[in-house]
Design a protein around this ligand. Structure first.
Ligand SMILES: CC(C)(COP(=O)(O)OP(=O)(O)OC[C@H]1O[C@@H](n2cnc3c(N)ncnc32)[C@H](O)[C@@H]1OP(=O)(O)O)[C@@H](O)C(=O)NCCC(=O)NCCS
Length: 175
């Protein structure tokens, strides 16, 4: 199922046929270095299979495939939180290196924000970016996110301590 589209960029459910490209793109140190340790590295075909099985069993789904010009290109997630945070969602994403710097993630983030704000009960979308990830910070700034805080020394990645930059976007007020 397609959940959102803007020109060549589509957000849709995962297909089994995405497995080889997901494994190929995700198995990249330049990607995993920016993500939590829950993201496998190395990333195998078996990891891709298990991930797609997990997502296909979700209801409602929180992970979507990003398709660019008819090809699987990456992943994006919008995960609503619980309890008093239930109208807040965490966003996460990566795109395969061959697709970088074409404006694809900017479109994908805008699409999933519209989806969350208009189709779900989400009023706030937030995430934390490792301090060295300038491209991701740029994407969020282009998408209207606000840099809200620096969580000093919040991250330990590959044995090194970094700060986390917290970004958020809130649902525009309807007039
Ligand atoms: C970060 C990432 C999602 C960006 O995706 P993308 O499709 O290339 O993003 P876009 O093309 O929409 O925008 C990238 C912007 O960052 C800029 N950029 C790229 N590399 C940069 C760098 N090293 N330093 C500063 N800016 C950089 C680009 O110039 C562009 O900005 P511009 O439009 O003002 O020129 C992609 O690089 C990626 O998947 N990285 C690995 C995983 C990751 O970091 N996920 C996010 C974890 S929070």
């Amino acid at each position: 199922m397609i959940i959102a589209q803007n020109g060549d960029v589509i957000l849709r459910d995962f297909w089994e046929s995405d497995i080889p490209k997901l494994a190929e793109y995700a198995d990249n140190e330049k990607i995993s270095v920016n993500l939590t340790d829950a993201f496998p590295h190395p990333y195998t075909v078996e990891d891709a299979k298990k991930f797609i099985e997990m997502v296909n069993a979700q209801n409602p789904k929180t992970f979507f495939a990003i398709e660019y010009k008819g090809q699987y290109a990456g992943n994006i997630s919008l995960m609503p939180k619980t309890d008093v945070y239930r109208n807040t969602a965490e966003i996460g994403y990566f795109i395969g290196e061959p697709f970088w710097n074409k404006g694809i993630m900017t479109k994908a983030v805008n699409l999933i924000c519209d989806f969350g704000f208009n189709k779900l009960s989400v009023v706030r979308i937030q995430t934390g970016i490792f301090e060295f990830n300038n491209a991701s910070q740029r994407v969020l700034e282009k998408c209207g996110f606000t840099k809200e805080a620096v969580f000093e020394k919040a991250i330990t990645k590959n044995g090194i301590i970094y700060s986390e930059i917290r970004y958020a976007k809130v649902k525009p007020v309807e007039l």
